[in-house]
Ligand binder design. Structure first.
Ligand SMILES: Nc1ccccc1C(=O)C[C@H](N)C(=O)O
Length: 353
């Protein structure tokens, strides 16, 4: 399958690793630098539960909205104060290696984002062993189509996924929405510490409930699918922000970097950030904190050293593009951007300026 010198797979470093090394690379909790492995998992879970409780106690919600007939096909919607259906929707897909986690402990970003006028949707999907990876991908696809149909006046759907959830979000880059009978207003993807090539996992203990074969892994790996058949975004303005933590494992860093490069080659408006001083779990639970870099406001004058992420630009003039604005790191940035080294991202108002 792999021809030397033909793309990242040919020199994939994981192929030279021992079973033990590979196991460690794909155990995010073994790379954390604070709290220890167990402490990191515990804090992550506590933060998620607390944030979800707070979100449900303080926000206007629609909980357990069915997006399909399956028992597990439910999503929770958290609304900002101002009642309108013309809102940007941030849709979150939780992590947990497709075998742990739930929507009921994953409402991390609801506080900071709803306070800024964004509706947040947390999607449940059937984790293994109940669900197969194919089923999860199909469920997430249907949840996004459902949201578009239920909120046709939305100001953009932004998919955010963490870890395994970033894989599921990335699979949405490949969906033919027309075949699904919808025109999705997908405006952006925030992929946090994701896995985009599943093949290495086939050889780790994580595969026990997943039962993936190398062929399955190939079929549902966005990295492999996009390498084999580059696909263009339906909306050329749609952006993809690939983010990984400094204290993710080298394999996780490699996966993010290579996925980002593949997106660039395929003509996507992609950007890559290695977020300093955060690990695989902090990268997402810190979304509970309004001063976290990923919760900083988008927009603002060009030239300021700001990193707009998950929030809409403030002070946008009427008629300007609304919605969430993906990263504009002003300063040295890695990789190809829009095909040029050191490319920057600017909010839409700046692009045309
Ligand atoms: N609970 C999670 C939530 C989100 C992302 C990963 C996990 C993991 O548990 C990963 C793996 N089992 C680890 O111990 O590193």
């Amino acid at each position: 399958m792999d021809v030397p010198g033909q793309g990242p797979q040919s020199e994939a470093p994981w192929k030279k690793m021992s079973e033990e090394q590979l196991e460690k690379q794909y155990s995010p909790s073994r790379w954390v630098v604070r709290r220890g492995a167990e402490g990191a998992l515990k804090t992550y879970s506590e933060m998620g539960k607390e944030a979800t409780k707070r979100a449900r106690d303080t926000r206007r919600t629609l909980l357990n909205v069915p997006y399909g007939d399956g028992e597990g096909e439910k999503l929770d919607i958290y609304f900002p104060e101002a009642g309108s259906e013309a809102l940007p929707l941030l849709v979150f897909l939780h992590g947990g290696y497709w075998q742990s986690g739930s929507k009921d402990e994953s409402a991390f970003m609801v506080g900071p984002l709803t306070a800024q006028g964004v509706a947040v949707v947390i999607v449940a999907y059937d984790i293994a062993p109940k669900g197969s990876l194919d089923r999860m991908v199909d469920q997430v696809t249907r949840s996004v189509a459902f949201l578009q149909q239920r909120y046709p006046r939305n100001e953009g759907i932004y998919l955010c996924g963490h870890s395994a959830g970033a894989h599921l979000a990335a699979m949405m880059l490949l969906v033919n929405w027309t075949e699904r009978g919808v025109t999705c207003n997908l405006k952006g993807f925030f992929l946090l510490s994701g896995i985009y090539d599943l093949e290495p996992l086939v050889h780790t203990s994580q595969n026990a409930p997943l039962l993936l074969t190398p062929e399955d892994a190939q079929r549902i790996s966005p990295q492999r699918l996009l390498e084999a058949a580059p696909r263009q975004p339906a909306d050329p303005a749609c952006r993809v922000l690939v983010i990984v933590g400094q204290h993710d494992s080298p394999e996780f860093l490699r996966q993010s970097r290579e996925f980002y490069q593949t997106l660039c080659r395929g003509g996507w408006r992609a950007s890559f950030e290695e977020l300093q001083d955060v690990d695989h779990f902090e990268i997402v639970w810190k979304l509970t904190q309004k001063d976290y870099v990923l919760n900083q406001e988008g927009g603002g004058p060009a030239g300021r050293n700001r990193v707009p992420y998950l929030l809409p630009p403030s002070g946008t003039a009427p008629g300007d593009p609304q919605g969430l604005v993906l990263g504009a790191r002003v300063g040295p940035s890695r990789g190809c951007g829009w095909g040029e080294a050191g490319a920057r991202w600017y909010p839409p108002v700046r692009v045309s300026a």
